[in-house]
Design a protein around this ligand. Structure first.
Ligand code: IPD
Ligand code: CA
Ligand code: CA
Length: 265
């Protein structure tokens, strides 16, 4: 395992264990509202501190972009961290959340860890060396037809300006696929796509920490990731469409009639 991935795994496991231990005292946690329907708990913050400490202990000069504490430092190495992806699930006792850590080197994603502490599933990838679930090599699904495919997504819930486009896409996909799922953790959605559990995924309005690690997992498992127009720039815009190499272009075709210029990256 690449030494940087090894450290990221150590950080993700530490944070994941901390989160998992907190699941039986959720009703005692201090919870703060960041904006409409957007909450943060002391567990998100503690997990983030554990991750940052572990990473900086090994690589003190690296830079950090983390959901709860923002950006620190300047370096060609940037760790992109979501300490608890799926906070709403966590706060309601729904066992679908994870820790997500991605590393960019000179702007290119090179290492990825998504850790699900409930199922003890560790998804990892190093650029050019494939994606893994625990010790098993991952490949995206081989499904060829939209009608057979299962698509993951996330509903808009804090900002609603692209609601009509989203509902239009949703309505079409409801009729054209074999199912849509909204489990509530985008990083796990992408990891599951890499594992072949879904055939495609899309969401409008993600942040870099929701996607960084998951995107590398999908790419290293042989999948494709783009914005809703099929172009790059999704890490900045947060408009993302991903899938196996056959389903990805089919998803883009379904989306095209619903897109507005504001949805371009
Ligand atoms: C959220 C989850 C959710 C997605 C949201 C994200 P958080 O992250 O990934 O699935 O739909 O867009 O903000 O707030 O739980 O870290
Ligand atoms: Ca998140
Ligand atoms: Ca989070």
């Amino acid at each position: 395992m690449h030494p940087m991935l090894n450290i990221a795994v150590k950080a993700a496991r530490r944070a994941g264990n901390l989160i998992h231990r907190s699941t039986d005292k959720i009703d005692q946690l201090t919870i703060t509202k960041k904006s409409h329907a957007d909450f943060v708990s002391e567990v998100d913050r503690a997990a983030e501190q554990t991750i940052i400490q572990t990473l900086l202990e090994a690589y003190p000069s690296h830079a950090i972009l983390a959901e709860e504490s923002g950006s620190h430092g300047e370096s060609e190495y940037l760790w992109i961290i979501d300490p608890l992806d799926g906070t709403t699930n966590f706060l309601h006792g729904l066992p679908q959340f994870c820790v997500s850590i991605g590393l960019q080197h000179k702007g290119i994603l090179t290492q990825a860890v998504v850790y699900d502490p409930v199922k003890n599933e560790l998804f990892t990838a190093t650029r050019g060396q494939g994606a893994y679930l625990n010790d098993r090599r991952l490949r995206v699904s081989k499904r060829l037809h939209l009608a057979d495919s299962l698509i993951g997504t996330g509903f808009p819930y804090t900002r609603f300006e692209h609601m009509d486009a989203y509902i239009g896409i949703f309505k079409d996909l409801m009729q054209k696929t074999s199912g849509l799922r909204r489990p509530g953790s985008a990083a796990l959605d992408l990891a599951w796509l890499a594992a072949g559990r879904y055939d495609g995924f899309f969401e409008i309005g993600l942040k870099p920490w929701d996607m960084a690690a998951g995107c590398l997992l999908v790419i290293e498992a042989g999948g494709m990731v783009s914005d809703l127009y099929g172009t790059d720039g999704f890490m900045k815009s947060g408009f993302i469409c991903a899938g196996n190499p056959t389903i990805h272009p089919l998803l883009l075709q379904v989306m095209a009639p619903h897109l507005t210029p504001e949805l371009k990256s």
